[in-house]
Design a protein around this ligand. Structure first.
Ligand code: ZN
Length: 482
């Protein structure tokens, strides 16, 4: 087995919800697991492991992103001045213009951005399932990238024809036979990428009947699926919290995204059933979904953090944590000052760090495996260069402040996922593309190779979209999403 010894770093370890700073500590990784955390560790004699000098570095658990659409890379830069419905037309339903090959390159680039940003686990709400090949190409890309993901296979409205002149023509059938048979064969073949890529269910089709929804859940559970994710935005979508409760399907395997504008009764239902949610501050603030609720004192015990659309903003969790925290601190103090009281800081760095790490692990029911640096857990680890111009002194004063307030993605020197180094010296390691979802690793592709293929794919997608009227798409969205 391969071994890696991270030597003499400042380790951000956990004891429950407390973050413990261990200075001048070593971490021994054997295979894909953390075997020891201590001082003065050495590699076993005769082992062919590597020793990595971590003096002056901060070693953090890999970050966990609990809501993301990983396929959308070709559309980066498109949504800067758009709100939700405009994004739906120019982004979400553009999956119609993606072939399976386009999905592969979009997905691979999305996974690479996550790894580059220090994210080691992503819940991928995969709403681009136009065909079995779309799903398998996405999984092949995820497995090739080295990222740990839940591929949350999602039934979607599939457009057949979209022009400016006629109403959008779409397939009325949300759950065709191939959708189930593909799910079944994927569940039998998975997990993929040495166990890193697991199946989940993504689901927003709450206009289907209670019996049909219950049947989908039962089939998924029968296939061993253990994570069910759905969007929830009050007053914009069907109330998935109350519906899942009514259908007796709500439990700790349910992960809601956003939950902006949540009614108190729904909040109480979510907490009582042990469900988690993913707050994605940047897309929520930009797209007009409402106030992010990750830091709501009544809800934060079941909160986690996500990216949502890396085509709309960057995929680094540090930015989301910082933005969400400071927005919430600002909102709290606006009310405090309005009452004539003195401002305060009640949201502390430790709980913010936990949102991006151990809380994310709880949200995906993997607390025993990921989310903290502990012996026996998977080696999903991020190493920051704490001597950078922006981190030095902060790292010595308070490593949590250094990571949450001073670091940027450029400081992330190394990323290890499942015991494998995927970023080193600040650069992504070449990707060994698998020749099938559970195939062998082929030739290595550099970041430059992937970018070239991604840009070619982007051109094709833009060409296919020519002549597709936005007004017709809006009609289609109002009709199908209500
Ligand atoms: Zn989303």
């Amino acid at each position: 087995m391969t071994a890696i010894l991270l030597q003499a770093g400042t380790v951000l370890a956990h004891e429950g919800d407390r973050v413990k700073v261990l200075r001048d500590h070593d971490i021994l990784i054997v295979g894909n697991k953390i075997e020891a955390i201590s001082q003065g560790l050495t590699l076993r004699e005769g082992s062919n492991g590597r020793v990595i000098d971590c003096r002056g570095k901060i070693i953090s658990p890999g970050f966990i992103d609990t809501h993301h659409h990983l396929w959308q890379s070709q559309m980066r830069g498109r949504f800067g001045n758009m709100t939700f419905m405009e994004y739906m037309v120019a982004g979400n339903i553009q999956s119609f213009n993606y072939t399976p090959e386009d999905i592969f390159w979009g997905q691979l680039a999305g996974c690479q951005e996550s790894i580059f940003s220090g994210v080691t686990t992503v819940v991928d709400h995969a709403h681009m399932t136009y065909s079995p090949d779309h799903a398998t190409e996405a999984i092949r890309a995820s497995a090739s990238s080295g990222l740990r993901t839940f591929f949350c296979y999602t039934p979607i409205r599939r457009i057949r024809k979209w022009t400016s002149d006629e109403p959008v023509d779409y397939d009325e059938e949300l759950l065709p036979e191939w959708w189930f048979s593909t799910l079944e064969s994927l569940a039998k073949a998975g997990p993929f990428g040495n166990g890193r890529v697991k199946l989940g269910l993504g689901f927003d089709a709450f206009n289907l009947s209670k019996e049909v929804v219950q049947d989908v859940w039962a089939k998924c559970r029968g296939l061993g699926i253990k994570l069910f994710t759905t969007h929830y935005v009050a007053n914009s979508m069907k109330n998935s919290i109350s519906l899942l409760k009514e259908y007796a399907l709500l439990d700790s395997t349910t992960l809601f995204s956003h939950i902006n504008g949540l009614a108190p009764t729904d909040a109480e239902t979510l907490l009582r059933h042990g469900a988690y949610f993913s707050s994605t501050p940047e897309t929520e603030l930009q797209m007009g979904l409402g106030e992010p609720v990750a830091f709501n004192p009544d809800l934060k015990c079941n909160a986690s953090i996500g990216i949502d659309c890396h085509a709309s903003n960057s995929a680094d969790i540090l930015s989301q944590l910082r933005l969400g925290m400071q927005h919430a601190r600002g909102a709290e103090n606006a009310a405090v000052v309005a009452r004539g009281e003195y401002p305060r800081v009640s949201i502390k760095l430790e709980e913010v760090f936990n949102l991006g790490t151990i809380q994310g692990a709880r949200a995906v029911c993997m607390e025993g495996d990921i989310g903290s640096i502990e012996v026996g857990k998977f080696a999903d680890i991020v190493v920051f260069d704490a001597s950078s111009p922006n981190m030095v002194c902060a790292a010595q004063e308070d490593p949590l402040a250094a990571v949450l307030l001073h670091a940027n993605v450029g400081d992330i020197e190394m990323v290890i996922v499942d015991g494998v180094v995927r970023k080193e010296g600040g650069r992504l390691v070449d990707v060994g593309v698998l020749d099938g979802i559970d195939g062998a690793e082929g030739e290595g592709l550099s970041l430059r190779d992937v970018s070239r293929r991604l840009l070619e794919s982007r051109e094709r997608i833009i060409e296919r979209a020519a002549g597709q009227g936005a007004g017709r798409a809006m009609e289609f969205l109002y009709e199908t999403f209500g």
